[in-house]
Design a protein around this ligand. Sequence first.
Ligand code: ATP
Ligand code: MG
Length: 179
Amino acid sequence: MRLFIAIELPADVKDQTERAAGDLKQRVEAGRFPGKQNYHITLAFLGEVPRQRLDSVKSAMDSCRAEPFTLTLGGLGRFRRREGDVVWRKVEAPDALFSLQKDLSDSLIQRGFELESRKFTPHITLARGAVFKNGFGTVAPGSAPDDVSFTVSRMTLMESRLTGGKRVYTPMYTTVLGA
Ligand code: ATP
Ligand code: MG
C-alpha cells in the first residue's frame, strides 16, 4: 500500500483555501487542481509499504512526544517546473512543526523505513502542471487568501490510491498529539 503521514486541515480552512485555488484556476491555460478533500501537509512520505508493516508505522507515530501547536497558513507560491508549475499555499511553520517532522522521521528510520532525504518544506499543494495565461506575478496578489491559524492536535496515516484515474486518500490511523 502507498502510504504517507499528514496533517489534515479543518473544514473551514479547506473551504477558504479552495476559494483561493478556484480563483487561480481561472487564470491558467493548463493545470491539475486537486479537490479540497485532498488538501493536506505531508510530514512523511513512505511510498509502497507491505501491509504487515502497518503496525510498525503506527508505533512510530505513537512514539512521537509532540504537544499540539498552532499553525498559520499564508499566501500562495510556486515551484517552477518546465512542464507547468506546482502552486502551493504557504505554511508559516513554527519550530514545533519541524520538531514533530524530525521526531516522526527518526522514529520511522529507526524502524527501518526509508524516507526522502530532501529538506522538509511544509506546504499545501493547490495545483500541478499550472501554466499561467499572464504570468504568476499578476495572479498571486489578487487571489491571495487571508492568513488563517488553527491548532494541530493530531497526525494521520493516509493510504493513497489511484481510483479510476483519480487520486484518493483514505485515513488509516490517527495519533493524537500530547495524549
Ligand atoms: P499524484 O501523484 O497522483 O499527482 P499526489 O502526489 O497527491 O497525487 P501521492 O504521490 O500518493 O499523491 O503523494 C501523497 C503525498 O506525498 C503528497 O503530498 C505528495 O506530495 C507526497 N509525496 C509523494 N511522493 C513523494 C516523495 N518522493 N517525496 C516526498 N513526498 C512525496
Ligand atoms: Mg505524487
